[in-house]
Design a binder for this molecule. Structure first.
Ligand code: GRF
Length: 197
């Protein structure tokens, strides 16, 4: 059994979509949802789907006895960031090489970096006059949105596009592709019996 944990801090539509995708899967399961914002809607989604939600603060994030210890107890194979904004401590990146991934709502390397999240990303894409946007699933390293790209999918930016309408297109891409990319990484791992990437 391969174990996924999801880190999210907002609405959590991606988290819910990933949890549902692997429900009933004999080989891959979402075992916990970690959230750094008490009261975030993602916690309600996880609880409705029977996935334990773990709320944590800065201190637990950065101390060895905190989140790193919880992850070790769970025996985690893949850490998925889905709408989570804190930088991942080196301690965790070192313990899970190639096993921490993130989704970004634009085509990196454009429109990424610290502070580029949510509506701001879509506003920047429209302001730049880009004809395409999309999603990027990438490995996480110590710099925001700069890890190696695993997968991208794109959509048109139509004339008269608003940040809201673009966000809806991008969410649709995220929901269509993110779970399958996760499956691909873990299956490659199982078949080759080594760490993904
Ligand atoms: C997504 O657009 C994702 O790309 C970004 O944060 C958003 C989270 O959306 N990292 P949701 O909370 O999963 O609906």
């Amino acid at each position: 059994m391969k174990k996924i944990v999801i880190f999210a801090s907002g609405s959590g539509s991606n988290a819910e979509n990933i949890i549902r995708y692997f429900e009933g899967d004999g080989q891959i399961r979402v075992v916990a949802l970690f959230c750094n914002r008490p009261g975030a809607f993602v916690l309600e989604r996880a609880s409705r789907l029977g996935v334990p939600g773990i709320v944590f603060g800065r201190d637990e994030w950065t101390s060895a006895g905190g989140i790193p210890a919880r992850l070790r107890e769970l025996g985690v194979d893949l850490i998925v960031l889905a709408g989570f904004l804190w930088r991942v401590p080196e301690m965790i990146l070192e313990e899970y090489p190639g096993r921490v991934i993130n989704i970004h709502p634009a085509l990196l390397p454009s429109h990424g970096g610290k502070g580029m999240y949510g509506e701001r990303v879509h506003e920047a894409v429209i302001r730049a006059g880009d004809r395409k946007s999309g999603i990027t699933i990438h490995h996480v390293n110590e710099r925001y949105d700069e890890g190696a790209i695993i997968f991208q999918a794109s959509c048109d930016v139509s004339p008269g596009e608003t940040p809201g309408s673009l966000a809806a297109k991008v969410h649709a891409l995220e929901h269509a592709h993110f779970p399958a990319v996760i499956r691909g990484l873990l299956e490659r791992d199982m078949n080759m019996n080594r760490t993904p990437y």
